[in-house]
Ligand binder design. Structure first.
Ligand code: FES
Length: 244
């Protein structure tokens, strides 16, 4: 557990803000997939009151996270951080084209990955559906190709985008996660002759009461053995998940 300081607070849309946080060296190497559990009050650590902070950028000892605009933060505020929790996204080797999808939830968990992929000369297509279309496009790297569509109805050029994609990663409205991920998996199988392991990942952004693998509160039912989001997640191969 470490302490950190909120250095800057910036509204990026009517519903989202970004916080720049000064952190210790141990937290400066966050990878896409990692999250932090943040506690804002000084009275001890109640895991049920911790906020899940997802990095969207890292720069030396400063990390940027994205939070709903309705939450209130002040520059100079001290926070207690636990983490990193979760595992880096399991990326496939020889990645040239990445297809990302966000539906009815902000694409926040995909932003750091998209930026790092662009820096590594990987082509990134991001499909935004439902309320995800409200995400401020100027907060994305300009090289990201943005399309509008949904998992159920499809999106422009989906045969090409899925045919070219070396990996697909999605985040969706948690209320309909199972149905949407099952539908996405079915769509990918319909569009590709072969769906290798780790090809299509779903982000399971569940609450993480302990963040350490101790409480089983973040378990996702999977075929061989259940996965804990705070240890193995948040991205899970959708071919491993038990849907209903
Ligand atoms: S949050 Fe407790 S096991 Fe994952």
């Amino acid at each position: 557990m470490t302490q950190a300081t909120i250095e800057r607070v910036r509204r990026i849309s009517p519903t989202l803000q970004r916080l720049e946080i000064g952190v210790e060296a141990s937290l400066a190497r966050l990878k896409p997939g990692h999250a932090l559990l943040a506690r804002l009050s000084e009275e001890g650590w109640d895991p049920y009151l911790a906020e899940q902070w997802i990095p969207v950028a890292t720069d030396g000892l400063t990390i940027t996270i994205e939070r709903p605009a309705r939450d209130h933060y002040m520059p100079g505020q001290i926070v207690t951080l636990l983490g990193p929790v979760g595992a880096p996204f399991p990326m496939r080797p020889s990645l040239h084209n990445l297809l990302l999808l966000a539906q009815d939830t902000p694409p926040t968990p995909l932003i750091l990955l998209a930026s790092l992929a662009i820096r590594s000369q990987i082509e990134v297509t991001l499909v935004l559906g439902g309320t995800a279309t409200e995400y401020p496009l100027e907060a994305l790297p300009p090289e990201v190709e943005v399309l509008t569509g949904t998992i159920e109805e499809g999106w422009p050029n989906q045969v090409t985008t899925v045919g070219w994609a070396d990996q697909v990663i999605a985040v969706v409205d948690p209320r309909y996660r199972e149905q949407l991920y099952a539908a996405l998996l079915a769509r990918i199988h319909a569009l590709r002759a072969e769906v290798p392991r780790q090809y299509v990942l779903g982000i399971f952004d569940l609450p993480m009461p302990c963040g350490t693998g101790a409480c089983q509160g973040c378990a996702v039912s999977c075929r061989e053995k259940d996965r804990l989001v705070c240890v193995d997640g948040p991205a899970i191969d959708l071919q491993d998940v038990n849907f209903g």
